[in-house]
Write a protein that binds this ligand. Structure first.
Ligand code: TRP
Length: 463
């Protein structure tokens, strides 16, 4: 809407929220939140660990039936409330407990950032490591050793995490349009282009076909309830939903933004990036006799082998890790923004809110950073802090948050308001599409999430 398109200064953010300036800006910022380490690090390693194509298919189903409708619902709520996750629920549903969804989201932001910043730190460190010729090698022993040397050093792990938090904090202080929008708009297309180049090289390696088969030829017999829960968690994590990040971004959308269309583009593009990452990595895994189930280090031990078999491999590898770090930054901006927007609405300045958030995240994050060194033997429920944060956020906090959002929108808020909000007051002729999304949100999404959670947690059993 014209009157809101101009940007208020950061100081006034509480009264009149700053909006993303253009439609393309909205798409790229939202995509910037979705695309990140989830596509390039987590998607390949989880797909590898959970048996390939069958996992991918479950992940796809979760994306369409759970991810997409919740993304639409969240963005709609945010635009309606024009505030952070907690305040939005307070405004839309006063004197109820629904604001707890937002509070849970703020908590989830800390839990996710605690380990996300560490993985982003590894990527940063690999930008530097890539300059050394030794890392561009097809020798698995060398790439494994390089990774282990990094994570086993407590100081190095902490420093890379702090560097990441400092950088993201600085961008956040700059504000929504100048910081978030400007950064993501420029970098995502370059990253996608680079993934295509790596994918082509990987596909033309001898023995590459096995990797494609792994990624696209399903074997459902190996699929466990745990794996299905992991796929659901990945769908939430990938699309940045279930904790109010998409809600917070929705609060920066203009009134004439076509939310379902934008969300569909984001989901599609995000999926494409994940698949490109899969095609870049799995053929190389099989060509060089690596293990698809290597776990969290898969990216870091596979990518160097691809570049080692390519002209100018070292240059490309520096570029690859650099762009991956940018993608991670775009995603982290949305995680931090959930907390910062909340604090700003409590009356703090944007600068102070960012400072508090970043320092608190560094403290919680150090538990994850030290998980492979001094805290390696400290286990909670049998998991290191790193794994615990990952498990609790992706498998519990996000799905439960998403479930509650779906229930709130479809069962409490109801169809008339949903229809009015997403057709932009009947200026969009999308009633049929909205009906489909609403019906999925009302019945399929909550049931599926509940079922997957209960079986994944072993609370109910089949067969
Ligand atoms: N989607 C991002 C990724 O794939 C991570 C992320 C950013 C996220 N914001 C989020 C995950 C909010 C959950 C909730 O890397």
């Amino acid at each position: 809407m014209a009157e809101k398109a101009s940007v208020g200064s950061g100081r006034q953010a509480r009264l009149q929220p700053e909006l993303f300036s253009t439609g393309l800006g909205v798409l790229m910022a939202t995509l910037g939140s979705a695309v990140g380490l989830g596509n390039i690090w987590k998607f390949p390693y989880l797909t590898g660990k959970n048996g390939g194509a069958a996992f991918l298919i479950v992940y796809l189903a979760c994306t369409v039936l759970v991810g997409f409708p919740i993304m639409v619902a969240e963005q709609m709520l945010g635009r309606k409330g024009r505030a952070d996750a907690v305040t939005t629920f307070r405004k839309i549903s006063p004197r109820t407990a629904w604001w707890l969804i937002g509070a849970m989201g703020v908590l989830a932001a800390f839990v996710i950032m605690a380990y996300y910043t560490e993985v982003a730190g590894w990527v940063f460190a690999y930008v530097v490591k890539s300059f050394s010729h030794g890392l561009v090698t097809t020798d698995a022993a060398v790439t494994n050793a390089a990774f282990n040397q990094l994570v086993a050093s407590p100081w190095l792990s902490l420093v890379v995490q702090w560097v990441v938090l400092l950088l993201v904090g600085l961008i956040i202080v700059l504000g929504v349009t100048k910081g978030i929008e400007a950064t993501t708009k420029r970098l995502l297309p370059i990253l996608a282009g680079l993934l295509v180049i790596i994918g082509i090289r990987s596909l033309t390696l001898p023995g590459a076909a096995k990797g494609l088969e792994f990624l696209f030829k399903p074997d459902f017999s190996a699929l466990t309830a745990q794996a299905v829960m992991t796929a659901l968690g990945l769908a939430f994590f990938k699309l940045s939903i279930g904790m109010g990040a998409m809600l917070t971004y929705g609060s920066y959308y203009s009134e004439d933004q076509n939310i379902p269309a934008n969300a569909a583009r984001v989901v599609g593009a995000d999926l494409l990036v994940s698949l490109l990452a899969g095609v870049a990595i799995f053929p190389a895994v099989f060509a060089f006799g690596l293990q698809p189930a290597a776990g969290a280090q898969l990216l870091f031990i596979t990518i160097p082998t691809v570049f080692a078999s390519m002209p100018f491999g070292q240059v490309f590898m520096v570029l690859f890790f650099l762009l991956t770090s940018f993608a991670a930054i775009g995603a982290m901006l949305s995680l931090i923004e959930v907390v910062v927007a909340f604090l700003v609405n409590q009356g703090l300045s944007r600068k102070l809110s960012t400072l508090i958030t970043v320092v608190a995240m560094a403290l919680v994050g150090s538990l994850a950073a030290l998980s492979n060194s001094v805290l390696a033997n400290v286990k909670v429920f049998g998991l290191t802090f790193f794994d615990l944060f990952d498990y609790v956020s992706s498998n519990l906090l996000l799905p439960i948050g998403g479930l509650l959002i779906a229930v709130f929108v479809a069962w409490v808020w109801g169809w008339p308001k949903f229809q009015a909000a997403l057709s932009n007051g009947d200026t969009l002729a999308n009633a049929g599409l909205l009906r489909v999304i609403f019906t999925i949100l009302k019945f399929v999404t909550p049931l599926l999430v509940l079922l997957i959670l209960l079986t994944g947690l072993n609370i109910i059993k089949f067969g």
